[in-house]
Design a protein around this ligand. Structure first.
Ligand SMILES: C[S@@+](CC[C@H](N)C(=O)[O-])C[C@H]1O[C@@H](n2cnc3c(N)ncnc32)[C@H](O)[C@@H]1O
Length: 251
């Protein structure tokens, strides 16, 4: 049985990923498609119809991406969380790290699969552009609402310089975090940090909307055994790649 504490009242809010980009895509896409269809149908001036068709086509790409992000926030986010958690064979006593935990969705999901002997830590730098309403207080509220206070810990920490000793975690998870790290060379630094704090025999699962192959290469060079780095669009209903890698046990 998962070791949970009594539920507080209310529903957890795991936030909207990249809210500015999503609203921008929806706004520009809707504007272009509406203007394009209006010009094509109403034939307001001599070249109104071809101009309308071009505007409609130009608006379709941002609108589709915006709708995919909206769908991800409403449905795909929780499906992706469950798919990531299912890629770990849980004993229940793991020490888990969620890198870029945001509102705590993966950390809390992991905590619900743990027994009293397990523990999940979520770290973040709380960037407001990467997630709506992004703060440690929101994460702590979600933890209380989900009844996992005793199994979780929230820390402010940077993926490129983790404040944990070597070989601390049995499982490391991260969703839609690493692509935010700039410059890109620092994503390799973050992968090296993941390899450092993962215990021998431990597993890392990373989800991101960009291909995870560069993370795979960095983890391989850091000595991990990469089991998977492939698309999972069906799960997310949006752009999503998943990576699974294990840290070999030294002989
Ligand atoms: C798109 S949000 C995803 C949040 C959460 N993983 C989820 O899926 O709901 C990306 C998160 O990564 C965090 N982040 C960005 N750069 C980071 C860094 N260098 N170290 C730790 N967290 C970082 C952001 O603050 C943000 O909370």
């Amino acid at each position: 049985m998962p070791a949970t504490t009594p539920l507080a009242k209310g529903k957890p809010n795991y936030g909207w990923d990249a809210p500015g980009i999503m609203l921008g895509l929806l706004g520009i896409g809707s504007l272009l498609v509406t203007a394009g269809v209006t010009l094509a149908v109403a034939k307001l001036f001599p070249f109104s119809q071809p101009v309308g068709v071009v505007l409609t086509i130009a608006g379709t790409a941002p609108l589709t991406l915006g709708v995919a992000m909206l769908q991800y926030g409403l449905l795909g986010k929780l499906r992706t969380r469950d798919a990531i958690l299912d890629l770990v064979t849980w004993r229940g006593d793991e020490v888990v790290l969620d890198i870029g935990t945001g509102a705590g969705m993966l950390m809390i999901g992991a905590a619900k699969r743990l027994k009293a002997s397990g523990h999940a830590v979520g770290i973040d730098v709380w960037s407001p552009k990467d997630l709506s309403d992004n703060s440690a207080d929101v994460t702590r509220r979600n933890i209380a609402l989900e009844g996992v206070t005793n199994q979780t810990e929230v820390r402010t920490d940077d993926a490129t310089g983790l404040s944990f000793p070597d070989a601390t975690f049995d499982v490391i998870l991260s969703l839609l975090c690493l692509h935010n790290i700039e410059p890109k060379s620092n994503q390799t630094v973050a992968c090296n940090e993941i390899a450092r704090v993962l215990k021998p025999g431990g597993r890392v699962v990373i989800g991101d909307y960009v291909p995870t192959h560069s993370y795979a290469q960095a983890l391989r060079e850091a000595g991990l055994d990469v089991k998977r780095s492939s698309a999972a669009f069906g799960t997310a209903g949006a752009l999503m790649w998943l990576l699974v890698a294990d840290k070999p046990i030294a002989k």
